[in-house]
Write a protein that binds this ligand. Structure first.
Ligand code: PMV
Length: 325
């Protein structure tokens, strides 16, 4: 069986020693316009479909320092117990790279709420990968870094690039070496993402378990999702290429809604939305009828992310929509 460890050894080698005492890195959170939902290999986080995202201007700052005798983990300035799931995930990730007897202090500062569907795991594992890259001085390409970050969290593979649109190719190799993210050349600075915080509480079911439950029990997954992604990917690329905001918004909103529909078809059903989520959806649809250019997307959480153009920001806020950026 191909394990994370064998992939790591193939990409960066084994028995490596840090060449520095400490390293820092930043990675942006990313929001998928075409979602990743479902794995073909859950050990290596290999997806069943391609996905495409845009980087936010907020993300995660990570500092990793070599220390004697033991590991320590800090989140937003507060020391975490090594028994917490947050610490366990980080430690399991760095264990893939270090030799026994090497210990680290890992300091993570998230500019966005942790684990509430705000994509903090995307920026978190990407920033940690970039910090390890500097600490160990690996000789790897950005695509290879995206494959390494993917071993921490699938969507992290798209956060290796500091800005813009990124496509994560599902790949077909068993070892996942072709399941990498690539940046798109297009720039669209007027395109904005704002989010509406309905809840920053930990989500009731993590995305890994929710994906698995959907694939195993929702007939909507195989019947609809894969086809939907193939068609939405074409539309979104065309929208980005021609800077067609209506096409981008319609495609992105539909893709998110179909992803959530596949989850509703699971047994037991998975519903991340809260009543406020639905209220905002209705409000956005109403404002659109009135002529405002505003679309939404949602990940594995109750919060809504809004897509709009910079020139419309004032009108959207005047209409009573809060836009956190
Ligand atoms: O990378 P994960 O395991 O946190 O999964 C992310 C899943 C979604 O955010 C819902 C979609 C995506 O493509 O980011």
């Amino acid at each position: 069986m191909i394990t994370k460890k064998t992939v790591v050894e193939h990409l960066v080698g084994k028995n490596l020693q840090p060449i520095k005492e400490e390293a820092v890195a930043f990675a942006p959170a990313n929001i998928a316009l075409i979602k990743y939902w479902g794995k073909r290999n859950s050990e290596l986080n290999l997806p069943l479909t391609n996905s495409l995202s845009i980087a936010l201007n907020k993300g995660t700052h990570t500092k990793i320092t070599v220390q004697k005798n033991h590991d320590s983990v800090y989140l937003n300035g507060i020391e975490c117990s090594l028994n917490e799931s947050f610490s366990k995930r980080l430690i399991a990730f760095i264990d893939l790279f270090r030799t026994p007897g090497t210990y680290f202090r890992i300091e993570t500062v998230n500019e966005i709420p942790t684990a509430a569907g705000f994509a903090s795991s995307s920026s978190g594992f990407a920033a940690l990968t970039l910090a390890l890259h500097t600490l160990y001085n690996w000789k790897v390409s950005p695509k290879e870094l995206s494959a390494l970050a993917r071993l921490g969290s699938g969507s992290a593979s798209r956060s290796i690039y500091q800005r813009g649109f990124v496509e994560w190719k599902k790949g077909s190799r068993e070892d996942g070496l072709d399941s990498v993210s690539v940046p798109l050349k297009a720039r669209w600075p007027e395109l904005q993402i704002g989010y509406n915080i309905i809840s920053d509480k930990q989500k009731p079911i993590d995305s890994r378990s929710a994906m698995q439950q959907t694939i195993e029990t929702s007939t909507l997954y195989n019947a609809g999702w894969k086809k939907q992604v193939a068609c939405d990917l074409k539309c979104i690329k065309e929208a980005i290429r021609t800077q067609n905001f209506t096409l981008l918004g319609e495609t992105c909103e539909r893709n998110a809604l179909v992803m959530h529909a596949t989850m509703l078809g699971a047994s037991p059903p998975i519903l991340y939305w809260q009543p406020e989520t639905v209220l905002i959806m209705h409000k956005i649809w109403q404002l659109r009828k009135e002529g405002l250019r505003l679309y939404f997307t949602m990940d594995a959480g109750p919060n809504i992310k809004m897509l709009y153009l910079l020139e419309d920001q004032e009108a959207i806020e005047t209409a009573g929509i809060k836009l956190y950026k």
